[in-house]
Design a protein. Structure first.
Length: 288
């Protein structure tokens, strides 16, 4: 839900209808417990659910919602599941509703990367009201019964890996061991979309050696609130990126850790990845 908060908030401010959906129970795998989908008129979508396997069905449902929210059960066949990289077919129970039926305070809280709990009351499959609560403990995910659907979202640190190469591949393998979500984007356009909405718990690591590709990604990153930004490359590449940013009036270049990673004498991609993750942790904890 954190990933769609910026889009949903912008739609609400402009008076544009936007519907939101999330999974509350499923036997499909893998599932991102914090995943959500924003659907705008005309079929525009931000985010995805269950690797995208539910997005088309939910988009169709949203167009017929009217001004109510609903609890729906969707099915994914074995062949369709295979196409989306799922372990097998199954069913999913999801909430789909107009975003303006949710508490207005939800979206600023998500943008600030705060943990939140939404409690929806239901009459059968129809959702009748929603309230926002501050969650206790460390629970996350959803529960539902005949009268309520309760969902808790907690921010999962995200690391966006922009570009390619062995260091990014090593980071993609290691980040989940820390409980972080790794999102890899080889092209600048996708990378710029991923860095939007990142907050202090999140990181961006860039490995693009064409300054005209790297520059826009760094500019978008510096325009946001990612807590850790690092860029791989030679000293000449570092200077070229700094010049590109300065020539375009982009501020905040001092936030970029380059060379990337703590100076621990790292040798080889895996050790460099360890040094980068250690530096990202230090940045998040404000450690020297």
């Amino acid at each position: 839900m954190f990933e769609i908060a910026l889009t949903v908030g912008a739609c609400l401010r402009s008076g544009t209808r936007v519907d939101v959906a999330w999974v509350v129970a499923t036997d499909l795998a893998p599932v991102d417990p914090g995943g959500a989908l924003a659907i705008t008129p005309g079929g525009g979508r931000v985010g995805s659910l269950v690797a995208g396997a539910l997005d088309s069905q939910l988009g169709d449902l949203a167009s017929s919602l009217g001004e109510t929210g609903r609890v729906v059960t969707l099915s994914v066949g074995d062949l369709e599941a295979q196409a989306f990289g799922l372990a097998g077919g199954g069913t999913a129970t999801a909430v789909v509703m107009p975003a303006d039926l949710l508490p207005a305070d939800l979206w600023p809280a998500l943008l600030e990367r705060e943990a939140v709990r939404i409690v929806l009351t239901r009459d059968g499959d129809v959702l009748t009201s929603a309230r926002l609560e501050a969650p206790d403990g460390h629970d996350t995910g959803s529960t539902l019964d005949e009268t309520e659907v309760v969902t808790t979202w907690r921010p999962v640190p995200t690391v966006v890996l922009a570009g390619g190469g062995p260091v990014l591949r090593a980071l993609e393998q290691m980040a989940p061991l820390l409980g972080w979500r790794a999102q890899h984007a080889a092209d600048p356009q996708t990378a710029r979309g991923l860095v939007v909405g990142l907050g202090p718990p999140d990181s961006v690591v860039l490995a693009m050696h064409d300054v005209d590709l790297a520059g826009p990604v760094l500019a978008s990153t510096l325009d946001g609130n990612a807590g850790y930004v690092a860029a791989l490359g030679s000293r000449a590449m570092q200077e070229s990126r700094e010049t590109w940013l300065a020539d375009r009036g982009v501020e905040g270049a001092e936030r970029i850790h380059t060379p990337a990673g703590l100076d621990i004498g790292a040798d080889g991609p895996a050790e460099v990845a360890v040094a980068i993750l250690a530096q990202a942790i230090a940045a998040r904890r404000s450690a020297p």
